[in-house]
Design a protein around this ligand. Structure first.
Ligand code: ADP
Ligand code: MG
Length: 252
């Protein structure tokens, strides 16, 4: 064993009559943040949801620390070891503190321990001053910080982030990404980060997968892929410079 924390082997997903994820391998080690980048409809969310055990697989298997999901590792046990944040914060009524502690409460963690665990995470995400605020009064950035806190407080082994900043304005987004990079560096989990912004992915990820039409078409560092796209399609997707030249030459 190479000690992969999360490994998928030949996973594919059918939606309707189509294979929206072609058989795909995926490997991540503890402490790694892996970017998934590609155009709209490429299959980024499908891959993330498949890895998170949220979609039935047409083929293949997923293993966490060598335990195969659905075999040695029951789905409920898997879901207790992972957490996910999506583009739209899924917050319930109540305060920030209540929302962040909710997952712990559902896992049977008592009030005193909950408070002790929630506080440092609120501090890390710079929302400790908002602990008693009703979530209905939050800005988009504050709401997404709350969603991240709610996921991180669970101390997941794998954190799935599906375009968590896409709905935010650019300055808020840049700040949050930079702060998240610091938060993630201090942890030993795997983070799977879907983005349609490669600059954003390059702040968080050393390794990035480029996906197109349900297939991973290149893998490498975000900078390496931009500088050396393996195919014309990758160059188109990552917007490499020579294509920019080609577009200007063609008069567009
Ligand atoms: N619930 C669904 N039912 C059928 N097709 C879907 C569903 N969700 C997504 N798809 C299709 O699967 C493909 C990949 O979608 P998705 O993974 O959401 O792409 P991305 O996240 O890269 O924008 C798209 O062609 C999309 O239309
Ligand atoms: Mg998506």
């Amino acid at each position: 064993m190479t000690g992969a924390l999360l490994r998928a082997t030949g996973i594919s997903v059918h939606r309707g009559s189509r294979l929206t994820l072609q058989p795909t391998d995926f490997l991540a080690h503890a402490g790694e943040t892996i970017g998934i980048y590609g155009p709209n409809g490429a299959g980024k969310s499908t891959l993330l949801q498949a890895l998170a055990g949220l979609l039935p697989l047409a083929s293949g298997s997923i293993a966490l620390k060598g335990q195969i999901l659905g075999r040695e590792l029951p789905p409920l046990a898997y879901h207790r070891r992972i957490a996910a944040v999506f583009q739209q914060p899924l917050l319930l009524r109540g305060t920030v503190g209540h929302n962040v502690g909710l997952g712990l409460a559902l896992r049977g963690v008592g009030r005193i321990e909950r408070q002790a665990r929630v506080k440092p995470v609120l501090e890390q995400l710079k929302i400790d001053h908002l602990a008693d605020r009703n979530i209905a009064t939050l800005s988009g950035g504050e709401a997404q910080r709350t969603s991240l806190a709610r996921a991180l407080v669970l101390e997941p082994e794998v954190l799935f982030l599906d375009e968590p900043f896409a709905a935010l304005d650019q300055p808020t987004r840049r700040r949050l990404v930079q702060e998240l990079a610091v938060v993630l560096r201090a942890r030993r989990m795997v983070t799977v980060f879907v983005s349609h912004d490669l600059a954003e992915a390059s702040i968080l990820c050393v390794r990035c997968l480029i996906i197109d039409a349900g297939t991973i078409i290149q893998e490498g560092s975000p900078q390496g892929i931009v500088q050396h796209p393996g195919t014309r399609r990758v160059a188109e997707i990552v917007g490499s410079d020579h294509l920019w030249d080609a577009r200007t030459n063609s008069g567009q």
